[in-house]
Ligand binder design. Structure first.
Ligand SMILES: Cc1cc2nc3c(=O)[nH]c(=O)nc-3n(C[C@H](O)[C@H](O)[C@H](O)COP(=O)(O)OP(=O)(O)OC[C@H]3O[C@@H](n4cnc5c(N)ncnc54)[C@H](O)[C@@H]3O)c2cc1C
Length: 405
């Protein structure tokens, strides 16, 4: 049986960060990855003839983000311009009037003040309990399905208030998934190796995976909480119950994307822009034209709508129907090939990013707490401030590695 200083389970952003840190410190490391590629929920597809980020696309907190530095160092093109989300975004094909933008901006600020005040009072309740039922509510609920991934009734006020944002969100021309994959280059990763069991009863931990059994002095587990909640790993002895509760309390929302290749003459100015399908219905998409400067149109789905359509195989049809309503039948028939994601049914993800259930924001700290020094969890769900992001995953992977060193 081969033996290592540390085995890392999962070669996504957290696993890559932990492995880089431990390898740099001279440790004998093995990363076990179920897929045949590195990057996990960050992957760039090339099938439309242009890079399309099927998972993570934006460098959030971009100026301070470790992946921005890595992208720069590896020679990728970081597009240092903001996406244009927010009150000034077009609604369908229509630009809002200055008065409409100002009202949306004021409402948005007011909603966030309510969230901050609720969190400051120590109340961790469903977001839907504290929001007013005014004219802005539908639009805000839709924004939540994209930003947090779930419906407002499933959003924890405390978790939402803790999320830290710098309002710098940058894309990478060659694809952010390609940056993450490049971050894994040269690391000791065994692909196609799904871990099924971890025995932590002795001084040397034993890890069972599809290719056999290995031993290690320490293990860092970076699987998505939704995969862990399904019992993908068997632990001997069983984990303390608080970890099982944390997996269940930090489920993943299921945002999805459909990319269309733009046809000749469509958005011919080549300018990257954002618009939302509707401000009157939460069952609508957020769109990016020329994402990362590429000749594509990306429809972004969140919340119940995304999960329902994914299960029925109807994401593309919904986006086409909405685009037809906005731009007309000629526009839709001019679109080229398309590709859709299916993160909810992906067996190695079971969703897109974690959203603490109302009352369960504290579960992120529990997950981030080592079971014992030699057995730890890492990954985006462990971050209290930067959950649901690549930089949150990176920081949690580095933190787990540092604790071992
Ligand atoms: C649609 C979508 C849009 C997003 N947009 C953004 C964005 O714009 N910006 C941003 O920062 N973040 C975004 N995210 C979130 C970001 O992708 C994640 O937060 C981040 O990739 C999580 O990294 P991780 O290492 O924690 O987990 P993962 O990337 O999920 O890594 C875990 C790894 O474990 C592997 N694995 C699973 N089961 C096993 C097993 N049994 N044995 C071995 N390996 C296993 C998986 O294959 C995976 O590679 C988005 C995600 C999605 C899906």
């Amino acid at each position: 049986m081969s033996s290592f200083d540390t085995v890392i389970v999962g070669a996504g952003a957290a696993g890559i960060a932990a492995a880089r840190r431990l390898v740099a410190a001279g440790q004998r490391v093995l990363v076990l990855e179920a897929r045949l590629r590195a990057g996990g929920r960050a992957v760039t597809d090339q099938s439309l003839g242009a890079p399309a980020d099927m998972g993570a696309a934006w460098l959030h907190f971009a100026a301070e983000n470790a992946w921005t530095r890595l992208a720069d160092e590896a020679g990728f093109t970081v597009l240092r311009r903001e996406p244009g989300w927010g009150a000034a975004a077009n609604i369908g094909a229509r630009a809002p009037t200055p008065a409409e933008s100002a009202a949306a901006q004021a409402n948005h600020l007011h909603y966030h003040e309510l969230i901050e005040a609720t969190a400051a009072a120590g109340r961790d309740v469903p977001l839907s309990d504290i929001l007013p039922d005014d004219g802005y509510r539908t639009r805000f609920d839709a924004i939540m399905t994209w930003a947090v991934g779930v419906e407002s009734r499933q959003v924890s006020t405390l978790d939402l208030a803790r999320y830290a944002d710098s309002n710098h969100n940058w894309a990478v021309r060659e694809g952010l998934g390609a940056v993450v994959a490049a971050g894994a280059a040269g690391l000791p990763i065994e692909f196609g190796s799904a871990v099924t069991a971890i025995d932590w009863s002795g001084p040397l931990l034993r890890i069972d995976c599809s290719s056999g059994r290995v031993a290690a002095r320490a293990v860092i587990i970076t699987l998505p909480t939704a995969v862990l909640a399904q019992g993908a790993l068997r632990f001997t002895p069983s984990l303390p119950a608080i970890y099982g509760d944390a997996f269940q309390s930090l489920p993943l929302g299921v945002p999805n994307k459909v990319f269309f290749r733009l046809g000749a003459g469509q958005f011919a100015d080549g300018v990257s822009r954002h618009f939302i399908g509707s401000d009157r219905d939460t069952r609508t998409c957020s769109y990016v034209v020329y994402p990362a400067g590429q000749p594509l149109l990306c429809a972004y789905f969140g919340g119940d709508l995304s999960w329902e359509l994914e299960q029925r195989g109807e994401l593309t049809r919904f986006a086409l129907d909405e685009l037809r309503r906005i731009f007309g039948a000629d526009f839709v028939s001019g679109l080229g090939a398309s590709i859709a994601t299916a993160w909810g049914t992906d067996p190695h993800a079971r969703g897109s990013y974690s959203a603490a259930l109302p009352g369960k924001a504290h579960c992120r700290e529990i997950l981030a707490r080592p079971v014992m020094p030699q057995l730890q969890f890492a990954g985006e769900a462990c971050s209290t401030q930067y959950y649901g992001t690549l930089h949150g995953a990176w920081l949690s992977g580095v933190a787990a590695a540092e604790r071992l060193l």
